[in-house]
Design a protein around this ligand. Structure first.
Ligand code: IPM
Ligand code: MG
Length: 367
């Protein structure tokens, strides 16, 4: 059988820097675990715009459709702020999500013991935190029509439309229930059924899907109250399922609870392909961080942990995923810190490459 294929789209800013560390990890798996991937690299975002005048070429889109999994770094940067909306770097990422139909975005927010002091919340509120946000990713207000800026009388009007079909809610709800079954069997669904019809339908469909998962304890919360509860006592949650825009906001808030955006991975999954693997794209939750790009300061852990999610969800290598996650945990416990994980001015932070090398050493030690 041929090796599984990976398409790497490192993107902009710190994307290529953190991805270089993931390449080391991929090579390690080939050399030490007999797990070899056929890796191809291509451009996305501003990098693709610079080379081709578009944030994602049709050729790259086709490669992404064919790959067993896509690993993405980050897109965007101030240099591209002046571009027309239709060719902004983010449009490349949104096209990948939409055309691969990656409807279930898994965003774990896990607080590493070694970093509990680093959260802006009290240690007992966040220590041991382990929640999973499932964000709907291919519909809702991000893609709904009509949209645009139109002239109305003597002024312009900006329009976006929140829109969800029953089928779209059903499939993301099922992904969330399946995950809840493998975790703490608790699912909280968040919407604004008090003000939005799409929220009323969301609540109805999720309640209907729950009948197929009697073991899972389902609750509902208005998304604003959910945001408040996330900050008040996040450990009440296990899995949260929510729409595209609320999920964007809630997952950033949840990420910050854990102390650093630089630690958090994500998986975006679609329907199974002919080979049984889901369509999949893995990316860190953080952005391209143009302010620190090119300075060897970026924390590669979120991107490394995104590869661990790929091992688990695309390649059925749960044990190897756990090995990699434990290696990252060990490195943190040993006190290795990139700049984003340090408050103390007196300590010299690890560089991006030093962090990656420390993870490799921890992987070696795990054998
Ligand atoms: C995210 C980002 C994206 C989003 C941007 C870059 C388009 O914020 O992945 O959360 O809004 O979905
Ligand atoms: Mg976001």
């Amino acid at each position: 059988m041929s090796n599984p294929s990976l398409l790497i789209l490192a993107g902009d800013g710190i994307g290529p820097e953190v991805m270089a560390e993931v390449r080391k990890i991929i090579d390690w798996y080939g050399a030490k675990r007999d797990l070899t991937f056929d890796v191809e690299e291509d451009l996305v975002g501003g990098a693709a715009y610079d080379a081709h005048g578009t944030p994602l070429t049709d050729e790259t889109m086709e490669k992404a459709q064919q790959a067993d999994a896509v690993l993405l770094g980050a897109v965007g940067g101030p240099k591209y702020d002046v571009l027309d909306f239709s060719v902004k770097p983010e449009r490349g990422l949104l096209r990948l999500r939409k055309e691969m139909d990656l409807f279930a975005n898994l965003r774990p927010a896990q607080c590493f013991d070694a970093l509990a002091d680093f959260s802006s919340l009290k240690k007992d509120v966040v220590a041991g935190l382990d929640i999973m946000i499932v964000r709907e990713l291919t519909s809702g207000i991000y893609f709904g029509e009509p949209r645009g800026i139109i002239e109305e009388g003597n002024q312009r009007v900006g329009i976006n439309t929140q829109r969800y079909t029953e089928a779209e809610i059903d499939r993301v709800a099922r992904s969330a229930f399946e995950l809840a079954m493998k975790r703490g069997k608790k699912l909280c669904s968040m919407e604004k059924a008090n003000v939005m019809e799409s929220g009323i339908l969301w609540r109805e469909v999720v309640t209907e899907v729950a009948k197929d998962y009697p073991e899972v304890e389902l609750s509902h919360m208005y998304a604003d109250a959910g945001a408040m509860q996330l900050c008040r006592w996040p450990k009440q949650f296990d899995v949260i399922v929510t729409d595209n825009l609320f999920g964007d906001l809630l997952s950033d808030a949840a990420a910050m609870l854990t102390g650093s955006l630089g630690m958090l991975p994500s998986a975006s999954l679609g329907a199974p392909m002919a080979n049984g693997r889901p369509k999949a794209l893995y990316e860190p939750v953080h952005g391209s961080a143009p302010d620190i790009a090119g300075q060897a300061k970026a924390n590669p852990c979120a991107c490394i942990l995104s590869f661990a999610m790929a091992l688990r969800y695309s390649f059925d290598q749960g044990e190897e995923a756990t090995r990699l996650e434990k290696a990252v945990e060990k490195v943190l416990a040993d006190g290795v810190r990139t700049a984003d994980l340090l408050n103390d001015e007196g300590i010299t932070p690890a560089t991006t490459a030093q962090m990656g090398d420390a993870v490799i050493a921890a992987l070696d030690a795990s054998l």
